[in-house]
Each structure stands twice: as structure tokens, then as C-alpha cells.
Write a protein that binds this ligand. Structure first.
Ligand SMILES: [Zn+2]
Ligand SMILES: [Zn+2]
Length: 283
């Protein structure tokens, strides 16, 4: 943080405040001080942006994902937080994959979801924007128009992979980015992996942390999990069941150990602590 001191004893002075240190500086003139303050502020915001995108690339805390879910009753009353483009690989409404040519990303101005043009080809008046017409997704459109047709749709039976990653990750035993190596072990696919708390025997793989449908799932029962010795600074572990082997690369040694610990725990059926009290001693 940087701010003017406004102290008559020290004219043209300003403060640079850090987490651990504060620095008071005095300039020769008002203009010089203002130039310094501006330069500092620019440097700070540049640095923040850098840290921000670095964080997004490295790992995304679950809390951040959850905050983005919206309240239906608040729809259109205030500007939504836009879900970042890179948090999803598919339209959050129709679940079709995005691509730069025929299916590009758009934002619904009511819920902030990332959706395709087809699913956002609607306009509705939004209170927060002085009731001007804005691009909205089809779900928000029907809610805002007071149509309830999509409630029926939600009732239809969902496929096993049609689980909202943000929702599942928010109450998960473990979730993070991992790389799943292919058979050659040389390349692999980076994905967002989740073990849901209420379904601890399944490992879901999403292309991106806020996708509304998983790419695949691996049932964990019967798998053995092995830590691999640290190899050219890669943090690897394997899921093994007779001839089937999945090799994963974690982002850190600590993250690897947590995955191994949790999978070990659930795959061996020791999930008594997950919900109800265990009554195994109660004959
Ligand atoms: Zn769509
Ligand atoms: Zn919407």
C-alpha cells in the first residue's frame, strides 16, 4: 500500500506500507510526491496481477471456487462475479466444449457463468444495470422471465458424470490439479481431480475446476496406491489394480502425500469417520 502522509511537520511525505515493514519518504515537492505515489501504485498493481495469474495457474483454492456460485433470488439485482474463462473448458449450460472458432466463451451478465453463444443468445433487463437489456444465459432468462420450465429439466435423471465440479470440490475429501500420464509415461493430461466427500470411492477427473461435467471417473475400490520415489523432481504416485495402472504427477511432494494418504484410506474401506459414527464394535 502507498499513501500520502498529510503531516504538516513533514510536507510532501508519503508512506509505503508492507506486511512487515513501513517506510516513510519525503519528496522535494508536491508534484514529485504525487509522481512517486503513482509509480508505486502502478508497481504494486502490476505485481498483484502477476501473483494473481501465477496463483491461478498453480493451484486454485476451493474457497475461491465456491464464492462464485450465485443465489437465484439475487439474480440481476447485483453484478455477478464473472467466472474466469480458464476455469471452465465447456459451456456451463449445454456442456459443449469451447473452441476458438465455432464455440467461443461468453459471460452471462446475470449469473456470471461462462456459456456458449447459443446458450447466451437471450436478453433480459437487469436491475443492477438500471434495467437495461443485457446478454444472459437461457437459465437466467427463464428465471428472470418467471418461467419455471427449467425446474422440470433439473429433475431429469442426471448422468453419472454430470456433476458440477464447483459443488463437488466444495465438499470434497481432496481436490487439486494433477497430471495423468499416458502409457509411455512421457506425456499426459492435466486435469482437476476430485474425491467427493459423499462418494469417497470415486475419483472424478474434470478438464477445468468449474466444469459442470466430469470427463471421466475412476472407481477406487480395490486399487492399491503407491508412492513413487521422487523422480527428476516430479511428484508421482500410481493407482494399481492387477494390470490396470494409472500414473499421476502432483504439483508438490506434500500434495502427492495427501493424495496417497486419502486414497489409501478410502480404497481400504476405512471410511467410518466420514459421516455417521461407526458401530463396528456394536454386535
Ligand atoms: Zn452452451
Ligand atoms: Zn446466467
Amino acid at each position: 500500500q502507498v499513501k500520502e502522509m498529510n503531516d504538516v511537520e513533514f510536507p510532501n511525505s508519503f508512506l509505503v506500507l508492507g506486511k512487515q515493514k513501513a517506510l516513510g519518504l519525503q519528496a522535494r515537492s508536491q508534484e514529485e510526491m504525487e509522481a512517486w505515489i503513482q509509480a508505486c501504485q502502478e508497481a504494486i498493481s502490476q505485481n498483484e496481477q502477476k501473483t494473481e495469474s501465477f496463483k491461478a495457474a498453480a493451484s486454485i483454492p476451493v474457497q475461491e471456487i465456491q464464492q462464485l456460485t450465485y443465489e437465484k433470488a439475487e439474480l440481476g439485482k447485483r453484478a455477478p462475479q464473472w467466472i474466469r474463462d480458464k476455469m471452465v473448458s465447456m459451456c456451463m449450460r449445454c456442456k459443449e466444449q469451447f473452441n476458438p472458432f465455432t464455440r467461443r466463451r461468453h459471460h452471462c451478465r446475470a449469473c456470471g457463468y461462462v456459456v456458449c453463444w447459443k446458450c447466451s443468445d437471450y436478453k433480459a433487463k437487469l436491475e443492477y444495470d438500471e434495467n437495461r437489456l443485457n446478454r444472459v444465459c437461457r437459465d437466467c432468462y427463464s428465471v428472470l422471465q418467471g418461467q419455471l420450465e427449467n425446474e422440470e429439466k433439473e429433475d431429469r435423471k442426471k448422468g453419472i458424470l454430470e456433476k458440477d465440479s464447483a459443488e463437488v470440490s466444495g465438499r470434497s475429501l481432496m481436490c487439486s490439479f494433477l497430471q495423468l500420464l499416458d502409457k509411455s509415461g512421457k506425456s499426459g493430461t492435466r486435469g482437476w481431480f476430485v474425491i467427493p466427500r459423499d462418494e469417497p470411492l470415486v475419483l472424478y477427473m474434470y478438464a477445468a475446476p468449474q466444469d459442470v461435467k466430469a470427463q471421466t471417473s475412476i472407481p477406487l475400490l480395490g486399487y492399491q496406491v503407491n508412492e513413487l520415489p521422487q523422480n527428476d523432481s516430479r511428484h508421482m504416485f500410481q493407482l494399481v489394480q492387477s494390470k490396470l495402472v494409472y500414473t499421476f504427477v502432483a504439483e508438490s511432494e506434500e500434495q502427492k502425500k495427501r493424495w496417497v494418504e486419502i486414497i489409501n484410506w478410502v480404497a481400504n474401506g476405512e471410511n467410518a469417520l466420514l459421516g455417521e459414527e461407526s458401530d463396528e464394535f456394536d454386535d
